[in-house]
Structure formats: C-alpha cells, structure tokens
Design a protein around this ligand. Structure first.
Ligand SMILES: [Zn+2]
Length: 570
C-alpha cells in the first residue's frame, strides 16, 4: 500500500506573511479576511449599460444594478505585447501581477522586445506564476473557490488555479485544477473529469456532483466539486431551472462553504458567457447573461456587507464586440424612445443560441408558434425565407442542396449555424450595433466594495488591480514572486546536484515524467499533479502530497516544481 505524506513548505508561509515594503499607494490598505473577485468575461461598458437599461425598462422600480453603488473607476487591461487582451493573460494578470501573452494561463510570457508593453525577462519565459488564490491557499491557510458557467479548464477559472502557455490544452490544465486542492468548484464541464481525477477528489474527501442539482443543494461537506453539462452550462435565459443553478445560487453555495474557514477565503466568480454572447453579437444573450452576473454580484455583496471582513472586486477582463446602443442603420436612432430601443429586446425569452436549439428540436410547422411564444412576433415572408435557407436549420422544408442566398435578404442570410441566423434576426429588430465578433481594447468598469472603505479610484491598470488585491491580503507582488520562485523552480536548478532524466510519455496522450536519483532514494515526478513518488531501497514508494502542482512545459522541456523537493533525496 502506498503511504501518503503531507508535505508543507513552512518557510514560505512565514516569509509571505511578512510583506516586503509595499508600494506607497498600497501602504494604507487594511487587510481583509476574504476576497471575492467577480469577473464578467468580455464585457464592454455598453454591455453593462444595455443590461441596466433593459432592467429599468422592465422594472421601473429597479433603475440600478447591484454593482452600481460601488462603481469607482476603470481598468486598463491588456496582454504583455498587445493592447487588446485575451481572457487567459488578462485574468492571469489580475491574479499574478504580470501581463502575459494571448493564450497564456498564469504563465510568464515569452519576450517580445519590440512590442512588450512592460519590459519582460527572457529568462523567465514559460515559468508558471503563483496566483493570489494559490498564495491564500498555500501560505495563509485560506480556502479557495471557483464559480463559473463555462467548462472548468476554460481560461478564467484556469487563470486562478493552473498554469499553461496554451489555454486550449485542457489535458494539462484540468488535472492541475483538480490537484490544486481547491475547496469549492461549481460550474460547467461535467464531461471533462477523467477517472483518475474523480478518484483523487473522492479520496480527498470531496463531494462530487455531476448534473445533480438536488445533490448539490443538500450537500453539507465543506469541500465540493459540482459540475453541470458536458462542457459549458446553458445561458441563464435558456437554462432549465430544475437542472442547472443560477450563477447567484452557485455563488451563495460557494460562500456558505468557504466562509466556514476561520482563516478566510479567496473566491473567483466568473460570468463566463457574457463574452460568448458578445462573440456571437447576440444583444439578448449579452444583456441577460450580464443581468445574471449582476445578481451573483448582489449575492456576493450581500454576504460581504453582513460579514464585515470581505472585499468584493467586480470587473471585466476585456471588452468584446464593439457593442453600441444606437447604430447608423437606424435612421434618427438618437431620438428613439425607450420603447423603440428596448421593447422588442425585452420580448425575447431565449438567447440566439437557445432559440436555435428550440427551432432545431421542433417541426417547421411550429416556427410561427415558437416566434409568437418566445419573441412576441411572427416572421415575415422575407425572414421565413432566410430561416429556411440557413444551412444550420435542421428542419427546413428546403432540402440542403437547394438552400442558397439567392433572393434572401442579405443582412439575414447565414450559411452557417442557426444561432448565427438568430443573432442577425435579433439584431435586425433592435438598434444595437456591433463592430466585431472579437475582443476590443477599451478600458473596462471597476466596482469595489471594501468594508474599510479603501477603494481603487480613477484609472487602474491590470497590474495595479493585482497590487490592490494583494494588499487586501496583506501581501504584494514580491510575495507572489517568492512563492513562484520556491514552488515553480526549474528542475535543472532544483536537482543540479543529482542525476536526473526525463522519461518519455508512456503512451499517446501521456506526459513525460522526471526521474531523479539520490544516493539511496529516488523521486518520480509526473506533471500537472501534486503527487510525487519517493522510493527508498526496495520498499514500496511513498506518495508525497505537495501543496502546489508540478508543471511540465514542452516548449523548453522543463519541469517546474518546489525547491524543497531536493531535500527529500537526502
Ligand atoms: Zn472571448
């Protein structure tokens, strides 16, 4: 039988709690026990305004969003070598204090001297960088949690709890998130846990729920993973409320568990799919998804105001879609009434994606019923023609080979997905404009609640927002750097006095491992987990349980791991 040993690096804990001289503007910040970071992914200010207008239009007694009273400034958010950010490097920067490149998850960027916005150190390229969540968990005894609606290894939750220079490499990211010993994880991606990962969670005493809302609701365990849907959860507007929880409920559930730790917690909550609706240019999806995010902000703020030791930071990671309220194709749009601007938008009971799913699941004979019921109007002959000719419409009476754009209104024709036709149709009924299906480079909003009243005002950049959050935990970026140095050191440096070799991956889809030989003992280190095997003599190997994950980077054939591991071989 394998023995499990818990291995802690107490030296680092002691150092971290002694913050190095803080920058002047952080000096006065009084630490709090808990941080809740709320990220609305890919959210331009016009998306916030649209969600707010729509709420006020439908609820005259609710002119403001939950986050409104705490709006205090803006954030300039960017990648290390480009002003327009990507979700991987942008939340990475909030979490680590370093901007990074497109696709990089909490990983130091490869230098790009001509374009780097701040100078970067070429020697540190690809190094995993300790995150604020990891600092709280590893060095301060705090609990940690992630709540989101995308699949769990997606960029923003990964940014807090994993390290990879390729955001799409879920095979590298998912095991790190599982093995990073987070306390509460609630979101999408039930189809992405493998058998080893499930076994690890169960052995570590977690409750694990997959598409089990009643199970999650009844759970009393402090540590829990609750995942819904194969990958991303449904948009809030489309979701079956008996199957999937709201972001607000997931937030409240996470808080009820995390707040049991007397040392405090770090929780990141992401409104993941505001970004997805913006990529799709679906104004209904953007507005409703942001409203759902704002309700989660309400839940977090409620908790914080009662708790008295919790700060809530609410922001976005970058803009998306160039959305505008008012668009040139609507002549005289700046004189439109609120009914003209928002009535039709308020009638859509499904997002473009939800509408497409509905249309593809019902016969063509029901099309007008569906539109009457879920959008408050019937399609015109012209619109119906565009629908029937959309290649993504499964139930179209027009055979696939005969569908074309001939005679179809240009602004409604879609040769692709049915949801694409739906975004065009929805947009044609509104005076909302878009300039792109991608990210944009304008500053994003910032709302902060701090029980001690100290808030970052004016324009803050992403590095400064990290500094503010570090200060709330009584540390600074130097403390994160120290944690990086001691837990993500290069294997060639850590084991320079030992013999070691990198063993190739055993099979397809496997990873290389690192074998290190001391005089009497040897270590076998597999990447992306927190487990290493220590073998002495002929005895069965002991499994050593680290409080951080080991990361292997193929680009430089390097394992990044704790410096303390060398001591195990003596
Ligand atoms: Zn995006």
């Amino acid at each position: 039988m394998k023995k499990s040993i818990t291995f802690c690096f107490l030296l680092v804990a002691a150092t971290l709690l002694n913050p190095v001289q803080a920058k002047e503007n952080e000096q006065q910040i009084k630490p709090v026990k808990n941080i809740i970071l709320m990220i609305s992914d890919g959210t331009s200010l016009a998306s916030v305004s649209l969600a707010r207008w729509l709420q006020w239009y439908e609820h005259p007694d609710r002119p403001k969003l939950f986050l409104d009273p705490y709006l205090c400034g803006t954030v300039r958010t960017f990648s290390s070598n480009a002003p327009i950010g990507d979700s991987a490097p942008t939340t990475s920067c909030y979490m680590t204090g370093y901007p990074s490149r497109t696709g990089y998850v909490a990983t130091y960027p490869l230098s790009d001297p001509r374009n780097d916005i701040f100078p970067t150190d070429p020697k540190r390229a690809y190094q995993p960088m300790a995150t604020l969540l990891e600092a709280g968990k590893m060095s301060m005894g705090k609990s940690s949690g992630l709540v989101f609606t995308c699949e769990f290894p997606h960029a923003t939750p990964a940014d807090c709890s994993a390290h990879s220079y390729k955001r799409g490499k879920y095979a590298w990211i998912a095991p790190q998130m599982v093995h990073n010993d987070l306390d509460v994880v609630i979101g999408g991606g039930a189809g992405l846990l493998n058998a080893e990962e499930e076994a690890y969670l169960k052995n570590r005493g977690y409750s694990l729920y997959k598409d089990d809302l009643p199970g999650m609701r009844a759970d009393k365990n402090k540590r829990m993973w609750a995942l819904y849907a194969e990958r991303d959860m449904d948009y809030d507007l489309d979701r079956d409320t008996t199957q999937q929880p709201s972001l607000a409920e997931m937030t409240r559930t996470a808080l009820s568990k995390l707040s049991q730790n007397p040392e405090g917690f770090f929780l990141m909550v992401e409104g993941s799919k505001v970004d997805w609706a913006a990529h799709a240019n679906d104004p209904v999806g953007i507005a409703r998804e942001f409203q759902a995010f704002d309700r989660a902000c309400g839940a977090a703020l409620d908790f914080a105001r009662k708790n008295g030791e919790t700060a809530v930071i609410i922001t976005a990671d970058h803009g998306n879609s160039g959305i505008s309220i008012g668009v040139a194709r609507c002549t005289g749009y700046d004189k439109l009434s609120k009914d003209q601007l928002f009535y039709q938008l308020s009638q859509f009971k499904l997002t473009a994606a939800g509408f497409a799913k509905m249309l593809n699941s019902r016969p063509a004979s029901e099309v007008q019923d569906i539109f009457r019921q879920y959008a408050g109007f019937e399609l015109t002959a012209e619109e119906l023609k565009a629908l029937y000719n959309c290649k993504g419409y499964k139930n179209s009476p027009i055979p696939m080979a005969e569908r074309s754009d001939a005679g179809v209104e240009k602004s409604l024709y879609s040769s692709g997905e049915l949801s694409d036709f739906m975004t065009k149709l929805i947009t044609s009924k509104t005076c909302i404009g878009f300039t792109t299906h991608g990210h944009t480079g304008e500053d994003v909003f910032l709302s902060v609640y701090n029980p001690n009243g100290q808030r970052p005002t004016g324009m803050n950049d992403n590095v400064e927002l990290n500094a503010y959050m570090c200060a709330l935990f009584g540390i600074n970026r130097d403390s994160l750097d120290l944690l990086t140095k001691t837990h993500f050191a290069r294997h060639a440096d850590v084991f320079k006095d030992y013999k070691y070799e990198i063993l190739p991956a055993a099979g397809k889809g496997g990873f290389p491992s690192l074998l290190v030989k001391g005089k009497k003992k040897q270590l076998l280190i597999r990447p992306y987990t927190n487990l290493v095997e220590l073998k002495s003599g002929k005895k069965q190997p002991d499994t050593i349980h680290l409080n951080s994950v080991v990361v292997y980077v193929d680009a430089n054939n390097t394992f990044y791991l704790p410096t303390g591991l060398a001591g195990l071989l003596d």
